[in-house]
Design a protein around this ligand. Structure first.
Ligand SMILES: [Mg+2]
Length: 253
């Protein structure tokens, strides 16, 4: 089994004296609408760039490309999968095209995110279906890149020749194998419920970061059985983490 540190995009996290949480916990943080707020314009930019990428790749008009983009996102969890499976697109090329805009001015997050992550004990890994260059730019802009020991992005989700992003069960199993820790020590912090459901099936603990801009979030205004903790901001992890000590007993912070 290949060790995690040899296969992912690595960073050396700054060692600090943490103030909250369990140092043995591995926090898997999603990116969009979890660590930053995409409702301020970045989703609109991604949608626009992705629609253009679909239109240019398949020679479609904007309306048809937009419908196809949306259909593939709903079906596969990522438009790029539909483009690869049904149109033979190269994933790297499509991801680069679909995130080719000025990212930094559109990045917004809750106040004090750097301090809050510093205070949260445990290993931190980014787990996002977005491409690596985009993820790194967002984390750098937020000033929080140093907290993550590795960035696990769409670039690293090719399993046995097929892209398997979240919520793939195979991906969840691979993550646990590479981390080398029991599933109950791993916490997925995420705004998309289907990804949390998959993590729970793999034995992980789950934190739902509620964001009204996340697709389908309004359908689940209450708490789901596979969610251990529901928060509206990352900072609430510092006060709500105790709910994670007993899997299956959901809480709210
Ligand atoms: Mg997200």
């Amino acid at each position: 089994m290949r060790p995690l540190r040899k296969t992912m995009a690595l960073h050396r996290p700054r060692r600090v004296s943490g103030m909250a949480g369990d140092p043995q916990t591995v926090w898997l943080f999603d990116l969009d609408n979890t660590l930053h707020d995409c409702s301020k314009g970045i989703f609109k930019a991604i949608d626009g760039a992705m629609t253009k990428a679909v239109a240019d790749t398949l020679s479609l008009d904007v309306e048809a490309a937009n419908a196809l983009r949306s259909a593939y996102w709903k079906r596969y969890g990522a438009t790029v999968i539909g483009m690869v499976r049904h149109h033979g697109a190269k994933a790297d090329d499509f991801l680069r095209l679909s995130h080719s805009f000025d990212i930094a001015p559109l990045v917004h997050s809750e106040n004090g995110l750097d301090r809050k992550l510093r205070q949260l004990k445990g290993r931190k890994v980014l787990l996002t279906n977005a491409p690596l260059d985009y993820a790194r730019t967002v984390l750098k802009t937020l000033g929080i890149l140093r907290h993550f020991e590795c960035l696990w992005t769409m670039d690293h989700m090719n399993l046995q020749g097929r892209l398997r992003p979240k919520p793939s069960a195979a991906l969840m199993r691979q993550i646990l194998a590479r981390l080398g820790v029991p599933a109950q020590r791993v916490v997925l912090v995420e705004d998309t419920l289907r990804n949390l459901k998959s993590a729970r099936r793999a034995g992980m603990r789950t934190v739902h970061v509620f964001h009204p801009g996340t697709p389908f979030s309004s359908l689940h205004s209450g708490r789901c059985h596979y969610v251990d903790l529901r928060v509206k901001a990352i900072g609430r992890l510092l006060v709500g983490r105790h709910c994670l000590s007993t899997p299956g007993r959901p809480g709210r912070a």
